[in-house]
Design a protein around this ligand. Structure first.
Ligand SMILES: [Zn+2]
Length: 347
């Protein structure tokens, strides 16, 4: 692997090859113009005419058949225009004041987070992605070919929520809106002009590197990851008997009523809500992680009527479930609102 940067032309060639046609969008201040292209030469000439001013973006995914004018006339793509999802983009953007470019330190933090995600997905057999620099943050873009439908939308929702819980915090943001199929993305090789161009927060050129070959992610791997994060059921009871304790109830708690947020907050392990059912937490075993990455942690899922779920992606935590967290912290019973009645009511 030689990290030679991919030219804007080669990036656009891959976009046209996978999508048939693509939208080019140009922004100067409040003014946006849009055009559709399937002719690479005309597209590259158009980009060269526009690149000295403003910002350039392209669509990511494959549109339904539409008029392609090969000039800057046409309408912006929306989610309903997409027939095929051909890219899974991940975008790590440093948290900073709005409307300004990143500092070097902020960029470095985003790079670490992006690389940690790529490393994790490599362990799950995902191929090497496009590596991108937006100018202000870092990208990993995977090739895929999935119909743009409700099922794909749901898989992406699950994946982006799960990954945001693990990889985002108050230092680096993980953009969950890029899962929308009509999303546009920075055109690599063009300058990112965000806010004033200052020595501390300079305008930078975006760039990307595409691996050869740029393999598609198999559908089953996308499904596996989505199911993994969507999993709402928890594991059967393990041999570790939870300790009996608790001021709220006598005896053992019914863990389908465990207030996992209050419980983990009491142990200093709670971080923040990701969405209505997913929470970012610190892994109780984080000191044993062999490959820590920044300040990332683990995830718990709240499952009404069931045990909560727990997941930490670090190798040393493989196979650990909420039952292990219960055994480790010892006082989960105190945070249940009902006592365990016997049987296997949690499944
Ligand atoms: Zn862990």
């Amino acid at each position: 692997m030689t990290p030679t940067l991919t030219s804007t032309r080669d990036y656009l060639a891959a976009q046209i090859s996978d999508n048939g046609s693509i939208e080019l969008r140009h922004q100067i201040g409040e003014r946006w113009t849009t055009g559709w292209f399937d002719d690479l030469d005309r597209l590259v000439r158009q980009v060269d005419r526009l690149r000295d001013r403003g910002n350039l973006f392209t669509s990511l995914n494959g549109p339904k058949p539409r008029h392609v004018g090969n000039g800057m006339t046409g309408s912006p793509i929306c989610n309903g225009d997409v027939a095929w999802v051909t890219r899974i983009p991940f975008d790590f953007d440093p948290c900073r004041p709005t409307g300004v470019s990143s500092t070097a330190d902020e960029l470095k933090a985003a790079l670490g987070r992006r690389d940690a995600l790529v490393a994790m997905l490599r362990k799950l057999d995902w191929p090497i992605p496009l590596h991108g620099l937006s100018g202000n943050g870092y990208h990993a873009v995977y090739r895929v070919r999935l119909p743009s439908n409700d099922e794909t939308t749901e898989m992406f929702r699950s994946i982006y929520s799960g990954l945001a819980a693990e990889f985002a915090d108050d230092e680096v943001d993980f953009d969950r809106s890029v899962k929308n199929p009509g999303r546009i993305f920075r055109l690599y090789g063009t300058r990112n002009r965000k806010g004033p161009d200052t020595p501390e927060r300079p305008h930078r050129d975006s760039a990307c590197w595409i691996p050869a070959p740029w393999r598609q992610v198999e559908r089953r791997l996308v499904e596996d990851l989505a199911n993994f994060y969507a999993r709402r059921s928890t594991p059967a009871v393990t041999s570790s008997e939870p300790r009996q304790a608790g001021p709220r109830i006598g005896g053992k708690g019914d863990y389908t009523t465990l207030d996992v947020v209050a419980w983990l907050t009491a142990h200093g392990l709670y971080r923040h809500a990701v969405d209505s059912t997913t929470h970012s937490v610190w892994c109780p075993w984080r000191d044993g992680h062999s490959t820590p990455h920044g300040r990332t942690g683990a995830v718990v899922f709240v499952n009404p009527g069931r045990w909560p779920g727990f997941h930490c992606h670090h190798g040393s935590c493989a196979g650990r479930t909420i039952a292990d967290v219960v055994a480790s912290l010892g006082d989960a019973d105190a945070y249940c609102t009902a006592a365990f009645q016997g049987g296997r009511s949690h499944v």
